[in-house]
Design a protein around this ligand. Structure first.
Ligand code: CMC
Length: 434
């Protein structure tokens, strides 16, 4: 335990007529926890917490969330202030190194990112091996894991190598993402350029071609940059926990980040932004107003959920969704952009927010409800949405990896289970089996 935790009055646990005293602690924002690290050795019991909803797996100084009040802060700074005033590269530095950079630090960091943006030329061959139509998340996971073979790590990480790994991953994730898109549409790769800043560079790699220059639209660059900021960290979510789990074995960091990408892909996590658009397109194609879809989402037997609604932690509102909603309205009202899916999204939101099913379960629009609409307005194809989430989440994953490996001790993640399978039985020869 660090000295940031305040020791409170111990909790008393009575089990099998015996009494145990369990230490309790309070974090700097008043969150309270019962320390059960000695529970099994003292009592023989473990805790049962499916999905870890009540388990604090670590101490962390990176991101603070209060799901009831709709608060999200990176290193103490409210997400609303960062979204309004900062840029993704600055926020990445903040998450990774704990403080907002001064001008000199920011210039050094941006320059390092720019200089690290080119991936090893031999990596390009891998892109040719993927079948046409491969999902870009599959390509991203494979390519990030492959970086471990191109940038071998020393047995002991020194400070300079660590800074370079971070720069490689934060910078190259966007190059890999753009290359995988170019491959999927059969166009030549566009290299990163020193002329552009982080987000503009990515959009240029995605959309320019030898026969067509891409004109950066400052409103779109700003909207995508903000979207990356809003996705940059979210404490112990499914993908970040996967990064910490894989990282706790002291595995190679490129492999560790690949674990995060794999977890992010699922439709209940980062894959939800893609699912929201699929849902809106389906409603549009069927010509309905969404009522029918909502009725199906309320019926457990339908296997459907209202995508972009609900959150494990936010039970009041998702502050990221509020920032994005405002931006989404502004961007989608720009002349020349007219997306019929926005009206369907507004209508769905209106119906769901008045519906007792959603109200009683505290299901509100989450960040992914709006992010897909912004990405569509920017011309990003739907199957790239989760990749954009991964670009945004990269500094968060790396900040957690750094926090873990620099902690007082790295304890390997190894939960217990309650076994409910067959009890002891003995091997039968195949001829005797029915
Ligand atoms: N549509 C319909 N019903 C829902 C939904 C939904 N989107 N989300 C939860 N429910 C119901 C669920 O059926 C359950 O009902 P009951 O109490 O009658 O059994 C109740 O609400 C609680 O659901 P849960 O699955 O126990 O809640 P959770 O906190 O474990 O799940 C969630 C959170 C995000 C996985 C879930 O709300 C969901 O699947 N939402 C849709 C997918 C989505 O938008 N995901 C993006 C999350 S934001 C991006 C990120 O941070 O990853």
């Amino acid at each position: 335990m660090t000295d940031k935790l305040k020791l409170l009055t111990p909790a008393t646990l009575i089990l099998d007529d015996k009494s145990y005293s369990l230490p309790t602690y309070m974090g700097v924002e008043g969150e309270k926890a019962i320390d059960i690290t000695k529970l099994r050795s003292q009592t023989g019991y473990v805790t049962l917490d499916d999905g870890y909803g009540n388990t604090g797996a670590c101490e962390s100084a990176i991101t603070y969330i209060d799901g009831e009040k709709g608060i999200l802060r990176y290193r103490g700074y409210p997400i609303e202030e960062l979204a309004a005033h900062s840029r993704f590269v600055e926020v990445s530095y903040l998450l990774l190194y704990g403080e907002l950079p001064n001008s000199e630090q920011l210039l050094k960091f941006s320059t390092r990112l720019n200089e690290s943006s080119i991936i090893h030329e031999d990596v390009h061959h891998f892109f040719n091996g993927f079948p046409r139509g491969s999902h870009p998340m599959g390509i991203l996971a494979t390519m990030v894991a492959s970086l471990s073979t191109f940038y071998p790590l020393p047995d002991r990480l020194d400070a300079e190598t660590e800074v370079q790994i971070v720069a490689n991953l934060v910078s190259q994730v966007r190059t890999i993402a753009a290359f995988s898109y170019k491959k999927s549409i059969g166009e030549p790769l566009v290299y990163p350029s020193i002329k552009y800043k982080y987000t503009g560079n990515f959009l240029n790699m995605m959309f320019s071609s030898p026969v067509r220059d891409y004109q950066l639209d400052p409103d779109i660059v700003r909207a995508i940059d903000m979207l990356l900021i809003l996705h940059a960290d979210h404490e112990q979510n499914c993908s970040t926990s996967s990064v910490r789990t894989a990282g706790s074995s002291m595995a190679n960091v490129y492999a560790v980040i690949t674990a995060g990408i794999a977890a992010l892909w699922g439709p209940r996590h980062g894959g939800a932004n893609q699912e929201v658009i699929k849902m809106l397109e389906q409603i549009h194609a069927e010509g309905g107003d969404g009522t029918e879809f909502i009725n199906q989402a309320k019926d457990k037997n339908s296997g459907r959920r209202l995508m972009g609604f609900g959150h494990r932690v936010y039970k009041n509102f998702d502050p990221r969704a509020q920032v994005l909603k405002e931006h989404c309205d502004k961007l989608l009202n720009k002349p020349g952009i007219n997306d019929p899916l926005l009206d369907i999204a507004r209508r769905l939101e209106e119906i769901a927010l008045k519906d007792d099913y959603f109200i009683s379960r505290k299901l509100y629009p989450n960040v992914d409800f709006y992010s897909g609409l912004i990405l569509r307005a920017a011309g990003i194809p739907t199957n790239m949405f989760t990749v954009l989430f991964a670009i945004g989440r990269m500094p968060g994953w790396l900040a957690h990896w750094r926090e873990m490996i620099h902690g007082e001790q790295v304890t390997i993640y190894r939960p217990r289970q309650i076994y409910v399978g067959e009890t002891l039985r003995h091997y039968q020869d195949i001829k005797e089996r029915v």
